[in-house]
Design a protein around this ligand. Structure first.
Ligand SMILES: [Zn+2]
Length: 361
């Protein structure tokens, strides 16, 4: 585990050294991709560390730090949707094998929600005696993935907090949590790095064209890194190539290729793309896809602005639904088919306008 991010030093000091930490439940909130989850883990590790170093940082040497690094600390409990958990890749493989063995089976995908069973399991951890007679820490990520039954179960625990238990909730969209949960937490707005700091950080991580990558990732450095490395980078490239060429878009294969990454990320990619299409059409400027300007210019010429805005509004609703889809693959297929219909309609409109124009001549 590396050190906390440079843009988090101030909030770290205020929380750990200046006594601003005053609750049995913290809510770390802020946009996706700015390092909230890593910060939460650093905080948990340092509170559990038996010999904290300068700045209240975890020593990285004691038994407690060792357990933490191996994901085996008895006083630390992490709750996240099955789709995000460490063994989700293993789970997917198992499901794929099952799917192959029975062609009529509808594919089940790992849950994007935090269920009531997961919150119930906390009870034993919360009420049993702490291993080291210090804190017992529960990290919930992302907190807005808690479904409503689970939220009520959690609320009960927050209302009657057991001694020495600290809840750390991490949320990208804190407004989607129950107000009663929010009000029982000390809410901490997590800092976003300025562009200069974020670009410097991306350069350290050998990201090519960090400025463009940062823009494509809504100015969140960790998301920008993900767009350049690993599975997400491959998926993003596939996504952007097909979306930028709606005539060659294949909704079914694209949905299949993207189902392994979380749905709200994909919806967000398409939201940003449509934002740039509309923005270029109106103002001649784009915000996110600096490297794709020629494609956006070409598509923008034939864009039906009203249809694009209506589609973007529909995407906002899709974003709300993305945590609770019945079938993620169908959800994506439908979204791409709608996008393609919107773009092709525009092309048809502009073609028929051209024909009309020519016939008038
Ligand atoms: Zn330690």
């Amino acid at each position: 585990m590396s050190d906390i991010y440079s843009w988090q030093q101030g909030i770290w000091q205020r929380l750990t050294q200046h006594g601003e930490f005053r609750s049995h439940a913290l809510l770390l909130k802020g946009k996706k991709g700015i390092g909230k989850y890593d910060f939460a883990r650093h905080l948990a590790k340092s509170l559990l560390c038996t010999a904290p170093a300068a700045g209240r940082k975890a020593c990285g040497k004691c038994l407690s730090c060792g357990w933490f690094e191996q994901n085996g600390h008895p006083d630390f409990y992490q709750v996240m949707p099955q789709a995000l958990s460490v063994d989700s890749a293993e789970q997917r493989e198992k499901e794929e094998r099952e799917e192959k063995s029975s062609s009529s089976t509808i594919k089940k995908t790992a849950s994007q929600q935090i269920s009531i069973e997961q919150i119930r399991k906390l009870t034993e951890f919360v009420y049993m005696t702490g291993h080291q007679n210090g804190y017992k820490i529960i990290l919930i990520y992302p907190a807005e993935a808690i479904n409503s039954a689970a939220a009520n179960a959690l609320l009960k625990k927050l209302e009657e907090p057991p001694e020495n238990v600290l809840f750390i909730l991490v949320a990208h969209q804190a407004q989607r949590l129950l107000p009663t949960i929010r009000s029982r937490c000390q809410q901490i707005a997590m800092p976003i790095p300025d562009i200069e700091t974020a670009v410097a950080w991306l350069k350290q991580h050998a990201v090519n064209d960090p400025q463009a990558s940062l823009a494509a990732a809504s100015f969140s450095p960790l998301s920008a890194l993900l767009l350049n490395k690993g599975e997400n980078a491959v998926c993003y490239e596939q996504f952007i190539q097909q979306i930028a060429d709606p005539n060659r878009l294949e909704p079914i294969s694209l949905a299949a290729a993207l189902q392994s990454i979380d749905l709200s990320t994909t919806v967000n990619w398409l939201q940003k793309w449509c934002y740039d299409l509309a923005s270029y059409h109106i103002t001649g400027k784009i915000r996110y896809h600096l490297k794709r300007l020629p494609a956006i210019q070409a598509l923008s010429k034939q864009l039906d602005l009203h249809a694009c805005i209506a589609f973007s509004r529909a995407l906002n609703s899709k974003q709300q639904l993305s945590l609770h889809p019945l079938n993620p693959r169908l959800f994506l297929e439908e979204m791409f088919i709608d996008y393609m219909a919107m773009m092709r309609k525009n092309i048809k409109n502009s073609e028929s306008q051209l024909i009309l124009k020519n016939s008038n001549v």
